[in-house]
Design a protein around this ligand. Sequence first.
Ligand code: ADP
Ligand code: MG
Length: 280
Amino acid sequence: MTAAVTAAGATVAAASNLRPLLEVRGVTLQYKTPEYLVTATYRVSFDVYRSDRFVLLGPSGCGKSTLLKGVAGYMPPVEGEMRLNGQAITRPGADRAMVFQEFDQLLPWKTVQGNVMFSLLSSGKIKDRRQAEEQALRYIEKVNLTKFRDAYPHMLSGGMKQRVAIARAMAMEPEILLMDEPFASLDALTRRKMQEELLQLWDDIRFTVLFVTHSIEEAIIVGSRILVLSPHPGQVKAELNAHQHGHSSIGRAEFTSLQRRIHDMLFSDRIEEQESKTHG
Ligand SMILES: Nc1ncnc2c1ncn2[C@@H]1O[C@H](COP(=O)(O)OP(=O)(O)O)[C@@H](O)[C@H]1O
Ligand SMILES: [Mg+2]
């Protein structure tokens, strides 16, 4: 009897792992005013599974940020649909948290700890101040900023500000973390360090992230899967596996050949067949 219950439970768990956390189906997103109509993405489809590090890669203007806005619930598609945990995305929610490229995304009048706590309390994620403080400090520690918990944003470097933004988003314990070129304004060395730290955090927490970049190298290092988008309007060119690559594989033959393959793809007009998916 116990065995039967366990077996049934295992089947349910396996089934829920097989269903994508985020489903994006034939999504067209447009900016419409009386004066103009801009199609930012055209019939884009992809699936993000739990613990994926899913990267949207494409040239500037191909609609990456617009896709994130769509997933965040700020922009309804004119065509297609987006589902999170099987529920249609119709509005923003605490199950999604954003990290942006800009260093000014923090509240300048609040400390590091104040910024993280503010998100928790104002969203209603945590109502008790004491609990919010504990949760904030837990995530501030994960990004190695405990010593700076009482510092104000203007006292921090660009990299440190981005760490705070990451801690603030992660403290919300969202279903999916949305990151829009979070390291693009950092110098090369800091950028690399931040990529490493993000991967270490992922090893620790196994969160799900939808990560936007226009850097091929960053996509291969950070991503477990990469969706390559064509220039304006963004259409899916290919979906690739990259989970076997990290900083240590830079310069190796496999890394370089994937880099070249993506490069050629971005500069050609071909739409490649989707690679077979390896999940579960
Ligand atoms: N608020 C807006 N109003 C009108 N057009 C916009 C707006 N935001 C972005 N766009 C246009 O939509 C397209 C996609 O932009 P975006 O999603 O920002 O691209 P990416 O993030 O890939 O650089 C671009 O052509 C851009 O000019
Ligand atoms: Mg953008």
